[in-house]
Design a protein around this ligand. Sequence first.
Ligand SMILES: Cc1cc2nc3c(=O)[nH]c(=O)nc-3n(C[C@H](O)[C@H](O)[C@H](O)COP(=O)(O)OP(=O)(O)OC[C@H]3O[C@@H](n4cnc5c(N)ncnc54)[C@H](O)[C@@H]3O)c2cc1C
Length: 370
Amino acid sequence: MHDTIVVGGGIMGCTVALHLARAGQRVLLLEKGGLCMQASGVNAGTLSIQIKRAALIPYALRGWELWRDARDWLGSDAGFHQTGGLSLAFTDEEAAMLTERMEARKRNGAPVEMIGANRAHELEPGLSDKPVLASWCALDGYASSNELGNSLRGALARAGVQVREFTALDGLEREDGQYVARSAAGLQRARRVVLAGGVWLETLLRRDFGIAIPLTCRVNQVSVTERLPPILHRVLGVATGLLSLKQSRNGTVIIGGGWQGKGDAERGGTEVIPENLVGNLRLASYAIPALREARVVRTWLGVEGSTQDEMPIVGALPGAPEAYVIGGVRGGFTIGPFMGKLLAQHMLGQEPEMPIFDPARAIVPTSAAA
Ligand SMILES: Cc1cc2nc3c(=O)[nH]c(=O)nc-3n(C[C@H](O)[C@H](O)[C@H](O)COP(=O)(O)OP(=O)(O)OC[C@H]3O[C@@H](n4cnc5c(N)ncnc54)[C@H](O)[C@@H]3O)c2cc1C
């Protein structure tokens, strides 16, 4: 018998499990693959405050602090690197858009300043002559998403969480005031359950609770170049949000920005769309001309789920006793560790440090979602 069964071993599920276990709870985590093998382990690793939605800036700042202090709670720095970041505008129209978006983010606490093209070149000498305006955030940086699963596996083991990898939740029933989870590991009982299934949350909620929360499946593309001499020192983005660019310490450049590939929640990312790959690489070399000479060694796709209002769902499931959900967080690599902490605080009967995000608002009648 466990206190809580957590379903899904991405950044959300693992951090909730960690905080619950550290508070003395007996926690079982079921993950259908390996820890952080989906969105949480294949993302571009950008920890950028300035590109987050204005309403989520206070959460992103707390998420960023947790990354900075990762050694304390994770036992590893997870490749955290604070480089500072620039968002670039290439036209007057983009400059107006960037200014407006950054004003809203500044009002919510983002430490961002607008700077001219000359100052942007001082901060990033490899920039092309195309930017007309930029925003600068000294906090921006990145961490290594592909290290996260290993780091979390160690932290969860030390906290006493029972982790079952390659063990999908096949079904969930309620019996005698407890949840009974069915998986290849047999039947497991717990007082509470947390669904942290990423883009698969929609299926889990419908199958096990008859609740419909539609999630749009985004199939994001990321590319990595060969190792290059230092050509880039900051994390770069653009006003439209269609670029994320950074050079890792090993010299490779990671190119992302949410360009879409083919795929869906059931099959994952299946195919790169050639024009989207070319568009992403063109935009990257438009910002940093040295990239024109770089060879891309790999492009991959990862899937994430976003709610209709693109805001997180973090909290108790209405009408389902002791059942909780966490997901739908855009930019969830940055914010995820804090969201996990908030849900754990709520479940432990503490006042969460910041308001959580009631899933009830995202529920639609089952017939409407069918
Ligand atoms: C390609 C890409 C690039 C991104 N880049 C960035 C970025 O640079 N910066 C940033 O901040 N954010 C980024 N994001 C967003 C971020 O990665 C996600 O918001 C975050 O990782 C979501 O975490 P999660 O735990 O909710 O989901 P996931 O990491 O997808 O974890 C959900 C887990 O649930 C498991 N699961 C599902 N069904 C079951 C079941 N029946 N039984 C057991 N387990 C189950 C899955 O196997 C999966 O491991 C990116 C996302 C993608 C896809």
